[in-house]
Design a binder for this molecule. Structure first.
Ligand SMILES: Nc1ncnc2c1ncn2[C@@H]1O[C@H](COP(=O)(O)OP(=O)(O)O)[C@@H](O)[C@H]1O
Ligand SMILES: [Mg+2]
Length: 210
């Protein structure tokens, strides 16, 4: 007997939008239903090499231009897809990722790298693996930033940068409405979670029926 096809669900959004909160809650929820068929992962940094890349990326002592940033994230992504995402999907698992390829479009796009260039590199770095569902948590930049504690190198960029990131995310969502669901990240945590559960349950029912 074969197994279910894998499912990749990603969470995207600006700093403090609630990605980690909601991604982990969804993981716990699905884990209770589907056990070890569900994995939680994140970018950057969820491989041995990725952890080292993450340390560089968040280190405030470094000045890193958008192109260097892009290639560091891409290197992390290749390792992530090769070592974590692809093997799990091949086994038919449900993979929940806190950030993925869209983050590069939004952040390095905001940093000045042309969007088409980022998209093309993403295709290479992901081996063409796309999420079936991407939850974009959207909220005003100031609201997200005030939720943060001590800020790392990326989080410490100026408000205008983060506003551009937000705008790029919304454009991405508009360009791929079938993959994206945009939720108001300023709503209460429980309310957002209930919406996500409704969407994911429906997705799983449709998948099992097909
Ligand atoms: N809907 C929400 N309303 C208010 N605070 C929230 C909400 N979701 C998350 N938070 C809080 O905001 C902070 C940032 O959330 P987090 O999930 O880490 O965001 P991200 O991973 O997108 O940066 C955390 O302290 C978290 O508890
Ligand atoms: Mg987070």
């Amino acid at each position: 007997m074969g197994h279910d096809p894998g499912l990749l669900i990603t969470f995207e959004g600006i700093e403090g939008s609630g990605k980690t909160t909601q991604a982990q809650r969804l993981y716990e929820y699905l884990r209770a239903k589907h056990g070890d068929k569900v994995i939680f992962t994140y970018e950057p940094g969820d491989t041995e090499v990725g952890r080292r890349i993450r340390e560089i990326l968040i280190d405030k002592r470094y000045v890193i231009d958008a192109w260097t940033e892009l290639f560091l994230y891409l290197a992390d992504r290749v390792a992530h897809v090769e070592q974590v995402i692809k093997p799990a999907l091949d086994e038919g698992k449900i993979v929940i990722s806190d950030r993925y390829a869209d983050s590069s479009v939004a952040y390095q796009g905001a940093g000045g790298v042309p969007i088409d260039t980022i998209r093309n590199f993403n295709k290479v770095a992901t081996f063409g693996i796309k999420p079936q569902l991407t939850v974009l948590l959207d909220l005003p930049v100031e609201e997200g930033l005030t939720r943060l504690g001590e800020r790392d190198r990326i989080e410490a960029k100026d408000v205008e940068f983060h506003q551009t990131v937000r705008r790029y995310y919304l454009e991405l969502a508009k360009s791929e409405p079938d993959r994206f669901v945009v939720l108001d990240g300023s709503k209460p945590e429980d309310e957002i979670f209930e919406t996500i559960v409704g969407i994911v349950d429906k997705l799983l029912v449709n998948r099992d029926a097909s």
